[in-house]
Design a protein around this ligand. Structure first.
Ligand code: ATP
Ligand code: MG
Length: 262
């Protein structure tokens, strides 16, 4: 496989809790990879390590040929990789529109504003247009002037996706994008993600919803207690012994599998 993202032997412990153990993973350009695993298996931590929010204890991360494991999160965004958060927290004094706009500023850097004032005005106009378009696509236009902190949990998730897309990433990592989101809106998210992928974006999606995974993902990677135990097509999950063990323990019986029931 020609890797767009390559994770090599990543390890991370919090105190005595070894959360990631020798995690290696390759993702090709254009894939939509579902990252699965029981609660606490290390999915969000792996996303945090890849995107520079948590330093790894060991291992390397390479994105499109560039070593990124020592870069700060804001520099990693500029290489073309953005992410969303499982529990997004929003500033209380900024409106939804301002938060979306600020995401763009953060990605372009303050130097643009200081050094190229005219260019910055143009950039701001473009950012405003893009924010308005993305807010409309994710049905947030009616709340664009509300404080971002006043949004519901599901709406904050959607605003998190808007912020990530403001960076025009080539790869997007989403941490449970549909958790707490109304089923109608979930459909819109699925459509939006499929459209982004058709336009060339590579996606990694942490998700528990098996319907979503079956519909959207081209491949699944399963973490269990900090180790990758499977990498397979979504339709092969239910018959994968290591996956069943991860979810149901050693006494797993396929007939009782939540994965099969989904
Ligand atoms: N900043 C931190 N400090 C200490 N422990 C942490 C920290 N972040 C994560 N952990 C621990 O790492 C383990 C894995 O957590 P993580 O959030 O990566 O799991 P997850 O697979 O995303 O779970 P979930 O499906 O519930 O979101 C947990 O035991 C958690 O308590
Ligand atoms: Mg998580």
């Amino acid at each position: 496989m020609n890797a767009f993202l390559e994770v090599r032997s990543v390890a991370k412990a919090f105190g005595g809790n070894q959360v990631l153990r020798d995690v290696s993973l390759q993702i090709a350009a254009g894939e939509i990879v579902g990252l699965l695993g029981p609660n606490g298996s290390g999915k969000s931590t792996l996303l945090n390590v890849i995107t520079g929010f948590t330093p790894a204890d060991a291992g390397e991360v390479e994105f499109d040929g560039t070593a990124i494991e020592r870069l700060d999160a804001h520099r990693i965004v500029r290489t073309g990789m953005a992410r969303t958060f499982q529990l997004p927290s929003m500033p209380s004094r900024m409106s939804v529109m301002e938060v979306a706009m600020a995401a763009s500023t953060a990605h372009h850097g303050v130097w643009d504003t200081w050094l190229f004032t005219r260019g910055a005005r143009q950039a701001e106009r473009e950012a405003r247009d893009r924010a308005e378009q993305l807010l409309a696509e994710l049905l947030l236009t009616p709340v664009r002037d509300l404080p971002a902190s006043a949004l519901s949990g599901g709406q904050k998730k959607l605003l998190g996706i808007v912020c990530a897309l403001m960076a025009r990433p080539r790869m997007l990592l989403l941490d449970e994008p549909t958790a707490g989101v109304h089923p109608n809106l979930r459909r819109d998210i699925v459509t939006a993600l499929q459209r982004l992928n058709a336009a060339g974006m590579t996606l990694v999606i942490v998700e528990h919803d098996m319907h979503f995974i079956r519909e959207v993902c081209t491949r699944c990677v399963v973490l269990d207690r900090g180790e990758i135990v499977a990498s397979c097509r979504p339709d092969a999950l239910a018959s994968n012994e290591r996956v069943l063990q991860a979810y149901l323990g050693a006494a797993a019986r396929p007939s009782t599998s939540a994965l099969e029931a989904a």
